[in-house]
Design a protein around this ligand. Sequence first.
Ligand code: ADP
Ligand code: MG
Length: 320
Amino acid sequence: MSPPLLSIDRLAVRYGAGANTVTAVQEASLSLAPGTTHALVGESGSGKSTIARAIVGLAPIVAGNVTLDGQPVDPTRAAGAARMRRRVQMVFQNPYASLNPRASVGDAIGEALMLHRPEVADRAAETGALLNRVGLDPSAAGRFPHQFSGGQRQRIAIARALATGAPCLILDEVTSALDVSVQATILNLLRGLQRELGLSYLFISHDLAVVRYMSDAVSVLYLGRIVESGPREAIFTAPRHPYTQGLLAAVPSIRPEAATAAGHIRGEIGDPRNPPPGCRFHPRCPRAAAEALLMARCRTTVPVFTGTDRRVACHAEAEA
Ligand code: ADP
Ligand code: MG
C-alpha cells in the first residue's frame, strides 16, 4: 500500500484567547491514501471546516502534526503553506470564497496556471481544456462568476483548483448549497475526475447519503473529536460509536433496520467553548444513559481513540 498523500496526527486547533478560547478540534488523526476519498462527517459546528482550514494553513494549529507526501509539514509557516498549496487545494460551499467575483473565469483559471504551472505555454488553450473537463463550454472563459448558476460556479471553482495541478482537493460542503438534482451532477463530475486523474479527496459533508456515495474511508467528528473512523462499508453497515449509530438511524433510507433499534440522538450538540467533560457525547448517549457504571466513566474520562484500520473512541466499545 502506498503511503498517505496527506495525514494529520493528534491535531488540535484553537481559536481566540482567554475566556473566549474555543478548542475547535482536539487530537484529530486521519490519513488520506492517494487516489481515494476520505470523508469527514459530523453536525454543524463539529470542527470539519476547522480541520480543512488547519491543513492549508488558515487556522491556528496548537498541537499535533501534519504530513504531506510522507514528510512533515508546518502549514502555519509560509514555506509549509506554499508546499501545501502545490499539492492540496480547497473548494468551498460558497464558490465566491474561492472565486474572485471581479475576475473573469478565464482570468481566474489563467492566474492559477501562471502561479502553479508556469511551464504551460498556451494558457488560453489549457483554460479551454480545463473548462471542457468540468463540463463547461470553453467560451465560459470570457464571462464572470455571477453569470453562472450555483452548479456551474462549482464547476468553475473545481476547474480553477485543477489548474494548479494539485493532486488533492479538500471539498468542504461543495454541494450543500445546491439543489439535489444539481448536487448529483457535481458529485458525478468529482467521481469522474478522480477516476481519470487519480485525484485524492478530503470530502467534508454533513449529509450521510452523499458521504456514502462518495467515500472510501470515513471519519465521524463530534464536538471537535473524531469518535469513529474506518472503511466506508464498515462505518455504514456496522457503526460502533453510539453517535455514528444515532446519525445513521436518523436517516432511515440508509439503514432502515437501524431506524427503530438505535433510536435517535436526543438533545443538541454541546457548546464547543464549554464541552462536557469525559466523553463529549455522554450527555446524549443512549448507551451510557442505560448503564450507570458506564456513565460514571463516560462523565469523567476521555475515551481513547483505539484500533488501526477501524477506530472508535467509546468506553462501551473498549470493554466489548
Ligand atoms: P463545521 O465545519 O463542522 O460546521 P467549524 O470548523 O466551522 O465546524 O467550527 C467548529 C467550531 O469552531 C464552532 O464552534 C465554531 O463556532 C468555532 N469557530 C470556527 N471558526 C472560528 C473562528 N474563526 N473564531 C472562533 N471560533 C470559530
Ligand atoms: Mg463547515
